[in-house]
Design a protein around this ligand. Structure first.
Ligand SMILES: [Zn+2]
Length: 208
């Protein structure tokens, strides 16, 4: 099975000079940086066929795996539900689908939310980026907040961007990937900043 983060082959000593033309990391959305502008670090490999440095690539890799895990989970539970609704339900088919859902190949994409959260913080340090917090996040009425809040909106946007990127890659629509990555970077940073802002708002309410 293809690796999610496909690393370039190590350059042999002396070859580094010849690698001047190697791609730089794609991460470039203004929300992802404070003053210093796009990443520009040398790319060490590719996720969704796009070049990434180690730090941003690790985050992109976990984001892609997260999305694949969620997508597979949805497919398998849909298949089980479909079979269970049938009059002449085949219990063996249900068992086979459930076993497939637990198989090693599927579990490979198990969502590791904690690791992804840590990778986002490492790739996009929130203390440096706080000033980029989206105005809608700052304006949101946290007094009446439920599950429908800016953090959830950005989580959905981020997941959706990853989904479109996987689908674009599968369908050979590589031309869309760069634009989708730009959208994904914004959603990833805003998800992080909205989560922090939400925590701060909660904390302030508790201590009023
Ligand atoms: Zn980078």
């Amino acid at each position: 099975m293809t690796e999610v983060f496909r690393k370039y082959l190590e350059a042999t000593p002396g070859e580094a000079e010849e690698r001047k033309g190697s791609p730089v990391c794609i991460v470039s959305h203004p929300d992802a940086f404070a003053e210093r502008g796009p990443c520009q670090r040398e790319a060490i490999g590719e996720v969704w066929s796009l070049p990434f440095c180690g730090l941003h690539g690790r985050e992109a890799e976990l984001a892609a795996r997260d999305e694949m895990g969620i997508s597979l989970e949805g497919i398998f539970s849909g298949l089980v539900a479909l079979e269970q609704e049938r009059h002449d339900r085949n219990e063996r088919a249900v068992r086979i689908i459930e076993e497939a859902a637990c198989s090693k190949a599927t579990r490979r994409f198990d969502t590791d939310t904690l690791a992804h959260g840590e990778a986002i913080v490492a790739a996009y340090p929130p203390e440096e980026l706080e000033q980029n917090t989206d105005p809608d996040t700052l304006r949101y009425d946290y007094e009446h907040m439920g599950m429908d809040n800016p953090y959830e909106w950005w989580c959905d946007a981020q997941l959706m961007a990853c989904r479109f990127m996987r689908q674009a890659l599968d369908r050979g629509l590589a031309g869309f990937l760069k634009d989708l990555e730009y959208v994904r970077e914004r959603a990833t940073v805003q998800r992080l900043l909205a989560g922090r802002y939400l925590e701060k708002a909660r904390h302030e309410r508790v201590h009023l």
